[in-house]
Design a protein around this ligand. Structure first.
Ligand code: AMP
Ligand code: ZN
Length: 501
């Protein structure tokens, strides 16, 4: 039996607003698409929250035996400052500001995005397609939409005709917008506009010959509309209908709504079966965004240089902070929350180091009550993750498991009371959920387990020096340890304990 059959996944489908049982079109294969970054600047912590959430979706679905194809695109053309296809081209703008070629801007920020993903242990997707690599396919899709009568050409641009589309199909279902009202309300305001209606959006945008990024098309020189690339690339790599499409909630309208309309307009069917949207990372209750000036860059967190930060935080502490809330809740940034996350991560990570080095000796006098506890915790890990990818409650289970690991460590629960198979399943589940599902890897640097072991070796050497009456050496060990912050205390019984300042 496959793990996904034993622990069926349910997820909140933004289309229905309800939690639904996840039934892939073609199990064991699962297609997941999530909107990637527009590579015109560094990604901030808000963006990373969304990328981390879908990284966990990808990791967990793979962990429970699905064969996942995860597509996350790179937007390297066509994203204007106004989502309806107007305004300044973000990549051209950065190219001018930084005196770089647009493709140099694209490369620079793609590289830095990849570096940040690696630091945060966000896995590379199965396919990372770019908009500029799919211009031919995008032109083809515009042609199909035009041929189906859902678009019109105006001055070399092609616009999706929302009113026409709504004669046959629905528009606005995902975001719950009342498009009729929008259509009515703005009719008179847009007389100057080449669009027939303000809700119409560009699927191909004409540009002047001095626009650096531009392509030839049947309608003249231009760039693809931003929404189009996701429709084209998801259909190309996952099929015209696929399982899961994700992104931040801020993309529901217009971006995802437009994606649906384009795909229905071209191929006649809804492209996505389950839409998943992450909630926003906020700062003092306000969405973190570059334009609001309240965003943190990952490197500012690691160096602690941002004025709102008390100190620096490691990538895994930050990842833990993100996973402590469910993806559909807002998550507010604060120093207190980050330092609590740092402590939590260290606790779980130290148990991880310990359990990885712990092997069952092979003999046992089984205690059924211990087995029940350990097996119950294993079950809980799967059940919580299968329940709408609840990383918050899964972490609570891992804390419980960490306490049980401490029982093994202290000898409270002798391993001889645990059946080797139960122990191995418990160990593999803890390690698997920490490292593979949640992506909480061990950070380099001295970990607690290693430190503890090293101090114990030095304590034994000091004891030996004392029995040999080598007081010079025994004092040196004590003084040198004190100099680096480790205080040894001699007990009456000759035992030596320590504390770290
Ligand atoms: P962009 O590069 O602006 O298209 O954003 C990339 C991804 O980050 C999108 O899925 C956005 O929805 C998401 N995003 C942007 N700001 C935030 C935020 N403050 N919290 C969570 N996700 C965000
Ligand atoms: Zn997209």
């Amino acid at each position: 039996m496959k793990l996904y059959e034993k622990y069926p996944v349910s997820l909140t489908n933004s289309l229905s607003g309800k939690k639904e049982v996840f039934e892939p079109l073609n199990a064991p294969f699962v297609g997941v698409y999530s909107c990637g970054p527009t590579v015109y600047s560094e990604v901030h912590l808000g963006n990373l929250r969304t990328f981390t959430a879908f990284d966990v979706v990808y990791r967990y679905l793979s962990f429970i035996d699905y064969k996942v194809r995860y597509v996350r695109n790179i937007t390297d053309a066509g994203h204007l400052t106004n989502d309806a296809g107007q305004g300044v081209d973000r990549i051209e703008e950065s190219a001018k500001l930084e005196s770089l070629e647009p493709m140099e801007v694209v490369q620079k920020y793609t590289n830095s995005f990849h570096e940040v993903c690696e630091l945060f242990n966000i896995l590379p997707p199965s396919i990372e397609p770019t908009a500029t690599g799919h211009i031919v396919e995008q032109i083809e899709m515009v042609n199909t939409i035009l041929a189906n009568g859902f678009a019109y050409v105006a001055n070399g641009s092609v616009y999706f005709d929302v009113r026409k589309f709504m004669e046959k199909h629905t528009y606005g279902e995902l975001s719950g917008r009342n498009i009729d009202e929008l259509l009515e309300g703005t009719r008179d305001l847009e007389r100057q506009d080449e669009k027939r209606n303000s809700v119409d959006f560009a699927i191909w945008k004409a540009v002047s010959p001095n626009h650096i990024q531009r392509w030839n098309s049947p309608w003249g020189l231009g760039i693809p509309g931003w929404h189009l690339e996701c429709s084209v690339m998801s259909a190309k790599y996952l099929g015209r209908q696929f399982d899961i499409h994700g992104g931040g909630m801020d993309l529901k309208f217009p971006h995802h709504e437009c994606e649906i309309a384009q795909s229905v307009g071209a191929y006649g069917k809804a492209p996505v079966r389950y839409w998943m949207h992450t909630n926003m990372l906020t700062v003092n209750g306000e969405k973190m965004s570059k334009s609001k000036g309240n965003s943190f860059l990952p490197k500012e967190l690691f160096s602690g240089t941002h004025p709102l930060l008390d100190k620096s935080y490691s990538p895994m502490a930050v990842r833990f902070f993100m996973l402590q809330s469910h993806y559909s809740s807002t998550l507010d940034f604060s120093n207190e929350a980050l330092s609590a996350a740092e402590k939590g991560y260290k606790k779980l990570s130290s148990s991880l180091t310990f359990i990885k080095s712990l092997n069952h000796p092979g003999t046992s006098t089984p205690d059924p009550s211990i087995h029940q506890t350990l097996e119950g915790l294993v079950e809980s890990c799967y059940q919580n993750m299968s329940d709408d990818f609840n990383t918050a409650t899964t972490l609570a289970v891992l804390f419980e498991m960490s306490s049980r690991i401490n029982d093994f460590k202290s000898g409270n629960v002798p391993l001889s009371h645990v059946d080797p198979t139960v122990f191995d399943t418990f160990k593999n589940t803890y390690v698997g959920f920490m490292e593979n599902v949640l992506g909480l890897k061990q950070e380099s640097g001295v970990d607690d387990h290693l430190l503890e072991g090293t101090i114990k070796v030095l304590i034994e050497l000091r004891k030996k020096a004392r029995t040999d009456r080598n007081f010079a050496l025994s004092d040196k060990i004590r003084d040198d340890l004190k100099a680096i912050g480790v205080q040894l205390k001699d007990g009456k019984d000759g035992e030596i304990s320590y504390s770290i300042e």
